[in-house]
Design a protein around this ligand. Structure first.
Ligand code: TXA
Ligand code: MG
Length: 329
């Protein structure tokens, strides 16, 4: 039998102190370890170790021009890595720990591997709120680069089982911390000449950011690209998605939202029409409905309209990417 030379024995680590110590030791050894955050599972590696960071790109099949988010346990650690302007300081004080990533000028002396930031002068930083992520970061004692723990372009993982589905054999381990409570990735904010710009809608609604700053958050002018995660096709399920449907057609499955039920088989993101519940269910439901479609030979999933307010902006953003035509192969 031939053995894939890259195949690893992926260990499942418990959320006990022992499990976290083992995860931190793997990170120190330059390995890649997935761990839960409040948004989605991240695939972590030592952000100062170029080989460890390269291992993230290899495991995910991620294009090397797409920079990673660096995770730290607190604002103080974040300030050692990047320069904070006034608005960045306010956002960090208001929303960290939490599902917000700030893209800031990187301090060259911080020792981050260039590959972690894809050679950019800026670095995306986040202080996650999930207690296991925080305990792991403290146990490790250094910055952890972590994209979502899925093969590049696929649906993000919100459970350890999802991580294993995509990356088993390609990473050293996964800390099993159950399901992620927020369910969509962090909101990403960058700065253009001091003006805050929304690079990706996410777990913190944009209105909350502008309220904290007392001014509007700008939208990127979409010419070149700032956040390659903004690439149009992303989160791609196998089935085609038809968005803002009023109901399923005869050859479609139904992904509903709110109390209106369909007689056609399908799932509901939130029967009560709660956006936080819909966000928490989004990626797991996309996986499940895709599996249902494959099993029953259905090619299209009709998705109910989701209101665009609050977390709805992030949900609709992910749905649009999941529905986008994707490059062949
Ligand atoms: O909630 C999250 O943000 C999760 C958890 C694990 O923290 N992480 C996550 O990472 O979603 P990822 O790699 O899937 O998405 C990170 C996004 C990418 O779109 C990347 O292009 C952008 O952040 N990004 C990172 N650093 C950047 C930088 N310096 N400038 C612009 N965009 C950056
Ligand atoms: Mg991702």
């Amino acid at each position: 039998m031939t053995q894939d030379p890259h195949s690893k024995n992926t260990v499942i680590l418990s959320d006990s102190p022992r499990g976290l110590r083992a995860a931190a030791a793997l990170l120190h050894a330059g390995e890649q370890v997935a761990f839960p955050t409040e948004t989605v599972y991240g695939l972590g590696a030592d952000a100062r170790n170029p080989r460890a960071v390269a291992g993230i790109f290899a495991a995910k099949g991620r294009p090397a021009f797409n920079p990673l988010i660096v995770h730290v346990p607190d604002v103080e650690a974040a300030r050692a890595l990047a320069e904070f302007g006034d608005d960045a300081r306010i956002l960090a004080a208001t929303f960290w720990p939490g599902p917000l990533t700030l893209v800031l000028p990187r301090r060259p002396a911080a020792g981050l591997a260039d590959l972690a930031t894809a050679g950019l002068e800026t670095v995306g930083i986040r202080v996650p709120a999930h207690p296991l992520a925080r305990r792991l970061l403290i146990a490790f004692g250094g910055p952890v680069a972590a994209p979502s723990a899925n093969p590049s372009g696929r649906v993000s993982p919100t459970s350890a089982a999802h991580v294993l589905e995509g990356l088993r054999g390609r990473i050293a381990g996964v800390v099993d911390g159950g399901t992620c409570p927020v369910g969509v990735e962090s909101t990403i904010v960058g700065f253009d000449g001091g003006r805050p710009i929304l690079l990706r809608p996410g777990g913190i609604p944009v209105a909350a950011l502008s309220e904290a700053l007392g001014r509007e958050i700008g939208r990127p002018v979409t010419t070149g690209i700032i956040a390659p995660g903004q690439m149009t096709s992303h989160y791609a399920p196998r089935a085609q998605l038809r968005l803002e449907a009023s109901g399923p057609g005869p050859d479609e499955l139904w992904l509903g939202f709110g109390p209106v039920e369909s007689l056609r088989p399908g799932l509901n993101l939130s029967p009560s029409g709660d956006l936080a519940e819909a966000a928490a269910n989004l990626f797991a439901h996309l996986r499940e409905i895709d599996a249902m479609a494959t099993k029953s030979g259905v090619k299209c999933v009709a998705v109910a309209a989701i209101p665009g307010k609050g977390l709805g902006e992030a949900i609709n953003d992910r749905l649009r990417r999941a529905a986008a035509p994707r490059p062949a192969g």
